[in-house]
Design a protein around this ligand. Structure first.
Ligand SMILES: [Cu+2]
Length: 342
């Protein structure tokens, strides 16, 4: 870990596991906790009406690898206050706050992790000097620019206090992102802007906390897989992952993340034999191949009281991809906001 203000590594994402990157960048070489130095924290959050705008970066063209890729994994600033996050969306900006076209710099994905809470679906991360759990993956976005809008009265709680015993960890988030400069050096640098709807604790009477649930067909790894191909047009490629709910409750939001070539993500309750939600990829044209498989959007769910699940229910996530050709390093992720049953 350098003394710089950002941790940028140019390794290929296909070899960079999120969990592994976290471990490597967050843990100093020494094993003595007394010698652990505070890691750099990237970015800042500015309070605006009803929330925060956070900026992370700069991510510079001068740091990309020979393929134009840039991977960042490191600690980032959360809002400097405790409260409930009620909505989340992210976009790329240039140094002047201008819009960065998708054909200039491609946001493969960005993931935010809350160091204050453990992740529900991945607990294979153990680094006692840092944290005895994988931080909570509470938001992810990519080309589809996932927007999370929790129904009124719900929020994801952020506790902006220090954690006893982990002095250098508080209060921070962790962020992993993969950016790709498509055709050269413009713009020279970009920032990731994260817009948060936010209700401060002292105004949050009656707000119900939600628990993120990360469904991922390549969970606890780098979340990436390849679709082998090509097959004949019209064929689909499917990849599944099962998760037994440790707690019951109701999902008030669900949103999906696929890459180009993705068709849909299905979350099916194998115990009740009911479909929980299908997040569909939207392309520029009805025939995605005509639009060059340029993914525009993923449908998302947000409603109160939401969709019931019981503790012990087995939920199956299926990522469905086009199989008319090979797709490299794609993903299939759905994040739900669960209101845990009392
Ligand atoms: Cu992705």
């Amino acid at each position: 870990m350098g003394a710089g203000t950002s941790i940028v590594t140019n390794m290929r994402i296909s070899r960079a596991s999120l969990v592994l990157v976290f471990l490597l960048t967050a843990l100093p070489a020494t094993t003595s906790s007394a010698q652990i130095q505070a890691p750099p924290i990237n970015g800042e959050c500015i309070e605006i009406a009803k929330g925060y705008k956070c900026f992370y970066g700069p991510f510079k063209y001068s740091d990309v690898d020979q393929d134009g890729d840039l991977i960042f994994s490191g600690f980032v600033r959360p809002p400097d206050a405790s409260g409930y996050i009620t909505s989340m969306r992210a976009a790329l900006e240039d140094a002047d706050g201008g819009f960065v076209p998708r054909h200039a710099v491609h946001l493969h994905h960005a993931v935010w992790l809350n160091t204050r809470k453990p992740d529900m679906t991945c607990d294979n991360f153990i680094a006692p000097d840092l944290l005895p759990y994988l931080p909570d993956r509470f938001f992810a976005t990519g080309k589809e620019r996932t927007k999370i809008e929790l129904p009124d009265g719900y929020g994801y709680h952020w506790d902006n206090k220090k954690i006893d015993g982990y002095p250098f960890l508080a209060p921070t988030w962790y962020m992993n992102t993969h950016l790709h400069w498509m055709h050269g050096d413009e713009p020279e640098e970009v920032y990731i802007r994260l817009n948060l709807g936010f209700t401060h604790d002292d105004e949050a009477d009656g707000v119900t906390d939600v628990r993120p649930v990360w469904f991922d067909v390549d969970n606890c790894s780098d979340s990436e897989f390849d679709v082998p191909g090509p097959k004949d047009p019209g064929n689909n490629y499917k990849r599944t992952w099962d998760w037994t709910m440790p707690e019951g409750g109701r999902f008030v939001t669900l949103g999906g993340h696929l890459h180009d070539g993705g068709r849909r993500l299905k979350l099916f309750n194998r115990t009740t034999k009911e479909m929980v939600y299908v997040s569909r990829a939207k392309y520029g044209s009805k025939n995605p191949a005509d639009s060059g498989w340029d993914l525009r959007k993923m449908s998302a769910y947000s409603a109160d009281p939401g969709i019931d699940v019981a503790a012990g229910d087995v939920l199956r996530l299926t990522a469905v991809y086009d199989h008319s050709r090979a797709w490299k390093g794609v993903m299939g992720i759905m994040i739900g906001a669960l209101v845990v049953e009392e």
